[in-house]
Design a binder for this molecule. Structure first.
Ligand SMILES: Nc1ncnc2c1ncn2[C@@H]1O[C@H](COP(=O)(O)OP(=O)(O)O)[C@@H](O)[C@H]1O
Ligand SMILES: [Mg+2]
Length: 154
């Protein structure tokens, strides 16, 4: 099983969008997939509820429920993290993950917030020991320049 954590403390950067797309991709490839939603807003599980039952199956799980356990016989577990995650909650999710994906939007505010988040993430033992694979995803980047860069004097 490969456990992929989609995380960034910044809200609205595309965590649930990427989590649901990844889950759907692996399911369509014929892999067994669990999608665990750790956000009380439950966007991923709501997406799963709205998904046609004729599509390849994805097992939805509410990560916040007590006694949460990932099924053992599964190819991919996708963990959708909540906004604002830090401290012990972040460490607990990172412990489960082999791969960590960090979506980031191309705005100055989002990039600053993400830089702070990555700084915190690098302090988590499993990450600092390089026991996880780590990647950022530039999400919603316009195909062509000019990108919006606010003037410094604003
Ligand atoms: N690549 C994308 N293209 C278009 N819309 C996107 C994309 N990524 C995210 N969105 C939209 O942006 C909003 C926030 O995304 P969401 O996945 O809910 O963020 P998060 O889970 O990080 O809070 C949603 O309305 C989502 O549909
Ligand atoms: Mg979300």
């Amino acid at each position: 099983m490969r456990t992929i954590l989609i995380v960034n403390s910044k809200g609205g950067c595309g965590k649930s969008m990427i989590a649901t797309n990844l889950a759907a991709y692996y399911a369509r490839e014929g892999r067994s997939v669990a999608l665990a939603d750790f956000d009380p807003q439950g966007s991923s599980l709501q997406w799963l509820e709205a998904r046609s039952p004729e599509r390849p199956p994805i097992e939805g799980m509410a990560g916040l429920e007590s006694g949460f356990r990932l099924p053992r016989q599964i190819d991919y577990a996708i963990l959708d993290a909540p906004a604002g995650i830090r401290g012990a909650e972040l460490t607990a999710l990172v412990r489960r993950a082999q791969t960590i994906l960090i979506p980031v939007l191309p705005s100055a505010t989002d990039m600053r917030a993400t830089a702070r988040f990555v700084r915190d993430l690098l302090l988590v033992g499993k990450v600092s020991r390089k026991e996880t694979r780590l990647a950022t995803i530039a999400n919603r980047v316009p195909e062509a320049p000019p990108w919006h860069v606010p003037p410094r004097s604003c």
